[in-house]
Design a protein around this ligand. Structure first.
Ligand code: NAD
Length: 462
């Protein structure tokens, strides 16, 4: 009988202390119904606004977010265990996304295509009500990746945050009202994925789902959207390669490698968790990597000096720990606090078999593997030996090789001699099972429109 009971509320825990910091109501299917009806009503007026007026309101929303950066960042530290430095960047990213999307409103134009005998025009129309389902690993920016361009294109948004991290989403919706956005145009539906999330996916009046989360849930959502031919964007898991060639600046590659898989305690879809190193420099690279990993300060995320905080939950910590019980040799292990909190130490494993579970599955914790390769062809083969294709890095001083390998690796976001993946003004998304569609960048608004083609005959009726 327990399964038949719908949860009425969720406790939000501080992952660094395990204390309950808030209790949030869980939305039911009926709540989703009510929110969809309210959103549909608000959307008609929102879409009818002059583009300059919609842009002005979004810029005001960005300005209000800017006034609350510190408050939003502290909330993110509290509910997600993010380091305060990262959390400030994330709140700033929401502001920048809103500004960038506002800049796109007046440039969201149709076309005129020459057709004999008349005038042919394309009209871009908003989709209507859009559901954004966000994960817990980057609650604030990822909520905004879908929300900002959807609003800018004239849609209403229903945002379903993850069960563990609803607080920043709720605060952002409050700030939207403060900024003057119409009531109903951005609503937050905290609650269980299987209840509130699923109700959004199945609702006939929700025109599109933007889902960021695990590949397994993404597949279920895609199948349900297929039933209704509902638009869907999927940002899913990753197992990205960090390919280090012998001709690279090895010191720089080793110095940068730790935070490419330890940032956000490894709970990052772009984490470079497969470190592939050319065999001739493999041992030297490990010598350089070891002190760099050990130097990463793990601890209180609210402390400005901390580089890595806790994992999100006990479930996640136990999942990550399970990969260490497979018996794969440990090459490097740092330290983590003991006691309360969901801590896990920075860890590098050296599997003999590149097909080992930890080398192919997304761990979503501070764990990477180091695997040697022989030559360029071998590096590309190993980099592509995964069902995922989200991001990756290539370290080399040979420009031709950088271009060849970038072309050969099947991933949506690659960087050369860098681990940078995400900029709000460049497109982001995955190949293979890392996702479907692109977010961010110059085409972000168009992804929330429907194209209508109208042909007007100029032939005289007489
Ligand atoms: P998750 O799939 O468990 O949950 C994501 C969201 O979906 C949550 O809000 C959850 O409540 C909701 N959900 C769960 N089941 C649902 C259902 N049946 N119907 C509708 N909604 C449902 O993922 P998570 O553990 O919160 O996030 C971690 C995953 O997200 C990792 O795999 C990570 O790689 C991925 N991720 C991808 C990107 C990207 O841009 N590609 C970015 C961040 C995270």
């Amino acid at each position: 009988m327990r399964n038949a009971v719908t949860l009425l509320e969720h406790h939000v825990l501080n992952p660094a202390t395990e204390e309950v910091v808030a209790t949030v109501a869980a939305s039911t299917e009926a709540d989703v119904d009510t929110a969809v009806a309210k959103a549909a009503k608000a959307q008609a007026g929102w879409a009818a606004l002059a583009p300059a007026d919609r842009a002005r309101l979004l810029r005001r929303f960005a300005a209000v977010v800017d006034e609350h950066i510190e408050e939003l960042a502290r909330l993110e530290v509290l509910e997600a265990g993010h380091t305060i430095g990262n959390a400030r960047w994330e709140a700033g990213n929401v502001r920048d996304l809103l500004d960038y999307a506002a800049g796109g409103v007046e440039r969201l134009n149709g076309r005129q295509i020459p057709v004999p005998g008349g005038l042919d025009i394309t009209i871009l129309e908003p989709l209507g009500v859009v559901g954004v389902i966000a994960p817990w690993n980057f609650p604030m920016p990822i909520a905004a990746w879908g929300t900002a361009p959807a609003l800018a294109a004239g849609n209403a948004v229903l945002l379903k945050p993850a069960e563990t991290t609803p607080l920043t989403a709720l605060r952002l919706a409050g700030l939207a009202l403060e900024a003057g956005l119409p009531e109903g145009i951005l609503q937050v539906l905290p609650g269980a994925g299987k209840v509130a999330g699923n109700a959004l996916v199945e609702h006939p009046a929700v025109a599109k789902i933007v889902f960021t989360g695990s590949t397994s849930v993404g597949k279920q959502i895609m199948a349900k959207c297929a039933d209704r031919v509902k638009r869907v964007t999927l940002e899913l898991g990753g197992k990205s390669a960090n390919v280090v060639f012998a001709d690279s600046d090895l010191e720089s590659a080793a110095a940068a490698a730790p935070m490419s898989f330890l940032d956000n305690a490894g709970q990052d879809c772009c984490a470079r968790t497969r470190i592939l190193v050319q065999r001739s420099v493999h041992d030297r690279f490990l010598e350089l990597l070891e002190p760099a990993v050990r130097a990463v300060v793990v601890g209180d995320p609210a402390d400005e000096r901390t580089a890595m905080g806790p994992l999100i939950s006990a479930v996640q910590r136990d999942r990550v720990a399970s990969y260490l019980s497979d018996g794969v040799p440990v090459a490097i292990q740092g330290e983590a606090p003991g006691g309360k909190g969901f801590w896990f130490p920075p860890t590098v494993l050296a599997p003999e078999d590149p097909g080992a579970r930890v080398a192919v599955e997304e761990v979503f914790g501070p764990v990477a593997v180091v695997i040697p390769f022989e030559d360029e062809a071998d590096a590309v083969r190993l980099a592509n030996a995964t069902d995922y294709g989200l991001s990756g890095s290539i370290w080399t001083r040979d420009v031709g090789r950088a271009v060849r390998v970038s072309r050969a690796v099947a991933a949506g976001n690659l960087s050369v001699n860098s681990h940078s993946s995400v900029r709000y003004w460049t497109p982001f998304g995955g190949y293979k099972q890392s996702g479907l569609g692109r977010e961010l960048g110059p085409d972000a608004l168009t992804a929330f429109t429907e194209t209508k083609n109208v042909f007007i005959s100029t032939e005289s009726a007489s």
